[in-house]
Design a protein around this ligand. Structure first.
Ligand SMILES: Cc1ncc(COP(=O)(O)O)c(C=O)c1O
Length: 406
């Protein structure tokens, strides 16, 4: 019973860092670790549209009877309509509600492994910490390729090169927008280039949509994926409702499969249902009901879009403010690439050691990779953050400089 096995348990470093941050009693501590949106008071707010949707749902007091492994179908249909306005794409899709974005990633990874045991998934690094774990847990092979240039900007040729080395049936994992952890954004025309390269090679896109609405706006953030799916016969898309609706702990998401072939769609649906049934039987419904209520009611929908825009605007102002403050303090252009990053995260050009110094000397907690959750910074503390980053950067610069001779 419970003997040690070949599989080494892997505790996610994110939660270890969070525990260390919680234990930090310094009053000016800044928690910039986990990807949860916070407002200027440091709270993770419930959207007004979500609270109103919950009120209306409670008033109707809907049944809590089982819904089946595919969950709330009205939710999946409404979400698919929002993501894919094009009917030509929509009629090629099937959607299954999942246990948040993570659950969608896992369902689709299982589907890919089941339908192509020899496939490799090509994953740009630095990657979202959980991607590799999910893919390998489903039995898929993962091949990583570096996606950034030395200055931290995205390497425009990296994904194309990865596709060129891929075998037919291989998969390219692409984050839909606001890449975690690098904050990079891919213009829509690059999605088209990738789609053409993938079509030529028979590579399937696995799109992870977690941060739509927080980059350049809802439609702009979805544009690249929409264009790609116009051009390809098959794709899988994992959708998280956690960030865009602030439903982090309601665990709401959707696994979407796009295929030209109705028989393949039916087969995929069966596999997704089987995996769901074996894992958790059916997903929780509350978050799905909320999202559905917002998507079907024009008033709530308008309110939700305005709130999402407000969050996006705040992130943009914080990012610009931090880049300005760092340019001013350091007198260098080292932090200029931050302006091009999008979404909740920024990837600072700091080493693991520097990030340790930010934590130890300045009570600023980010990830060793340089990632910080910008939304965790109240505007009135932006100067303090910039001061600390500039100091750590200045010190590390000095350490790297050769000592004077003699
Ligand atoms: C890139 C990316 N994908 C998927 C997820 C999964 O989100 P959730 O399972 O909370 O919906 C996250 C969460 O941080 C993420 O950053």
């Amino acid at each position: 019973m419970l003997m040690p096995t070949m599989r080494t348990p892997r505790t996610d470093p994110l939660w270890q860092l969070t525990a260390a941050c919680d234990a930090d009693r310094r009053p000016d501590r800044l928690d910039l670790i986990v990807g949860v949106y916070r407002d200027d008071t440091g709270a993770s707010p419930v959207f007004g549209a979500v609270a109103e949707a919950e009120r209306r749902i409670a008033e109707r007091s809907p049944s809590k009877a089982y819904l089946g492994p595919a969950g709330n179908r009205a939710f999946s249909t409404a979400l698919t309509e929002m993501l894919f306005p094009s009917e030509q794409v929509r009629e090629r899709t099937l959607a299954v509600q999942s246990v948040a974005g993570t659950g969608a990633l896992r369902l689709l990874a299982e589907l890919l492994a089941e339908t192509g045991p020899d496939r490799t998934v090509h994953l740009g690094t630095p990657a979202y910490l959980n991607h590799r774990t999910i893919l390998t847990a489903a039995g898929l092979r993962v091949r990583e390729y570096p996606m950034l240039l030395a200055d931290g900007r995205p390497d425009p040729g990296a994904a194309i090169e990865a596709i060129a080395t891929a075998a037919p049936g291989d998969v390219l994992l692409i984050q839909g927008c606001c890449h975690n952890p690098t904050g990079t954004a891919m213009p829509a025309r690059r999605w088209e280039e990738l789609a053409h390269a993938m079509a030529a090679r028979g590579v399937v896109p696995f799109v992870d949509q977690a941060y739509f609405g927080l980059g350049d706006g809802l439609d702009a953030d979805l544009e690249g994926m929409r264009r790609m799916l116009d051009l390809l016969p098959e794709a899988v898309v994992a959708v998280s409702a956690s960030k865009a609706w602030g439903l982090y702990n309601e665990r709401t998401g959707c696994a979407i499969v796009v295929s030209d072939d109705p028989a393949r769609r039916a087969h995929a649906y069966g596999i997704l249902e089987t995996v769901a049934r074996a894992g958790y039987s059916q997903p929780p419904d509350h978050g799905a009901r909320i999202v559905h209520e917002i998507l079907r009611d024009p008033g709530l929908y308008t309110d939700w879009r305005a709130e999402l825009e407000g969050m996006r605007g705040r992130l943009g102002a914080l990012r610009g403010g931090l880049a300005d403050a760092l340019a001013h303090r350091t007198g260098t252009t080292v932090f200029e690439p931050l302006r091009e990053q999008r979404g909740m995260f920024l990837r600072l050009p700091l080493s693991e050691r520097d990030m340790g110094r930010l934590r130890e000397e300045h009570a600023i907690h980010g990830l060793p990779s340089g990632r910080i959750n910008l939304a965790g910074t109240p505007a009135h503390r932006l100067d303090r953050l910039a001061d600390a980053i500039a100091r750590v950067h200045g010190a590390s610069d000095r350490a790297a400089r050769p000592l004077p001779v003699g």
